[in-house]
Ligand binder design. Structure first.
Ligand SMILES: Cc1cc2nc3c(=O)[nH]c(=O)nc-3n(C[C@H](O)[C@H](O)[C@H](O)COP(=O)(O)O)c2cc1C
Length: 364
């Protein structure tokens, strides 16, 4: 009998055993009654596949282009915080795992390694995207620049390829299980270098650290003025917001419900994807998806419904807990192998062959 993880879910136990209960709940849980968290994964099962045969699938090319960068597979890693709680090499190990398979990574603002060190480890070959939340310090700051401005400049200097603005977090979601088990307290030696500013740390001041709930579409102009990097909006779930995003000139829309951690009752991302794809049709805005992607067929379904790429959140943390860089690589390799097999079984030799007619939509 084979020992060790075979499918992506097999990796989850390693994060569970390694974490204290509050940290385990921090990584695992969703908001409120966790409907959306559960539905993200379940919803993929409602879409069935319509395989096509006799199409010569002996060679399969999984590569794609994402914002002009070539990736060897259409599966990247999401921004998620506190990789230092999972592995001592934290986001550097994650990024190296991503680099080893030729993919891309979003870096959380709440990472435990400086963005410059991550870029030094894997850029420029590996496209890195800096995730951004905006705080209430844009007008009432006591420094020359806001945190966002300062971070965006650092990101540009380090050679990142884009800014991922998280829009689904005007306030923090209600993590009930997280609250029940008490706060996940970081050890003192775990730092958040993206908040270390000249002369101190943003983390010292709670009012500065409040997420800015007044953010609007007009603020995209403000962000646009700060940077020439492509702007990706993460957390869009409706055609209305997708159309507005196209009008506002963003480069990509990342369909996400924050892994079920923000609004419980929001749709599963695979269910929200078609209306977003429809709304951007005719523009050159790219669409990505995350949330509940655990199998090669999940990736195939998302691509068939119009996503250019998918991203994994928790599975990357599970792989990191399993074996650092090698563990992240192993998770991505399993998904790559499963996607390649699913492509063969549905008659696809390239990503362009993965079209909507492969999908049997769920009955309404
Ligand atoms: C522990 C954890 C921390 C996260 N931190 C962030 C974050 O700092 N910024 C962000 O935009 N999304 C964050 N996310 C959401 C992920 O980017 C992503 O949307 C989600 O994990 C995808 O769902 P999945 O975990 O089912 O793959 C976090 C998710 C988890 C599980």
């Amino acid at each position: 009998m084979a020992s060790g993880p075979i499918i992506v879910q097999d990796f989850e136990q390693y994060l569970k055993t390694k974490s204290s209960e509050p940290w385990w709940q921090y990584f695992r849980s969703g908001a409120d009654s966790e409907q959306t968290l559960a539905d993200n994964a379940l919803a993929f099962q409602r879409y069935r596949l319509r395989p096509r045969y006799l199409r010569d699938v002996s060679q399969r090319d999984l590569s794609i282009s994402l914002l002009g960068h070539r990736l060897q597979l259409p599966i990247g890693v999401c921004p998620s915080s506190s990789h230092g709680m999972v592995h001592p090499e934290a986001e550097i190990a994650t990024a190296k795992g991503v680099a080893s398979v030729g993919s891309a990574m979003g870096l959380s603002m709440w990472s435990n390694k400086p963005l410059e060190d991550i870029a030094a480890a894997v850029a420029p070959e590996t496209p890195l995207f800096q995730q951004l939340n905006v705080f209430c310090d844009r007008t009432s700051m006591d420094r020359l620049t806001s945190h966002a401005e300062w971070l965006v400049k650092r990101t540009e200097r380090a050679g990142f390829k884009g800014i991922v603005l998280t829009v689904d977090q005007p306030v923090t979601g209600n993590g009930v299980e997280r609250r029940r088990t008490g706060p996940a307290v970081e050890p003192l030696d775990l730092t958040f270098p993206q908040f270390v500013v000249p002369g101190g740390s943003y983390l010292d001041s709670e009012d500065r650290m409040t997420l800015d709930p007044s953010l609007t579409w007009d603020d995209l102009e403000w962000l646009r003025d700060l940077t020439s990097l492509p702007i990706v909006l993460k957390g869009i779930l409706t055609a209305e917001d997708a159309s507005e995003a196209v009008k506002r000139g963003v480069s990509a829309i990342w369909v996400s419900n924050h892994g079920g951690r923000q609004l419980d009752g929001a749709p599963a991302t695979i269910d929200a994807l078609p209306e977003v794809v429809n709304a951007v049709r005719g523009s050159n805005v790219e669409v990505y998806l995350d949330g509940g992607v655990r199998k090669g067929t999940d990736v195939l379904k998302a691509l068939a419904l119009g996503a250019r790429a998918v991203f994994i959140g928790r599975p990357a943390l599970w792989g990191l807990a399993y074996d650092g860089e090698a563990g992240v690589r192993k998770v991505l390799e399993i998904l790559r192998e499963e996607l390649s097999r699913a492509m063969a079984l549905t008659g696809c030799s390239s990503i362009a062959d993965i079209t909507p007619d492969l999908i049997k939509m769920p009955s309404q």
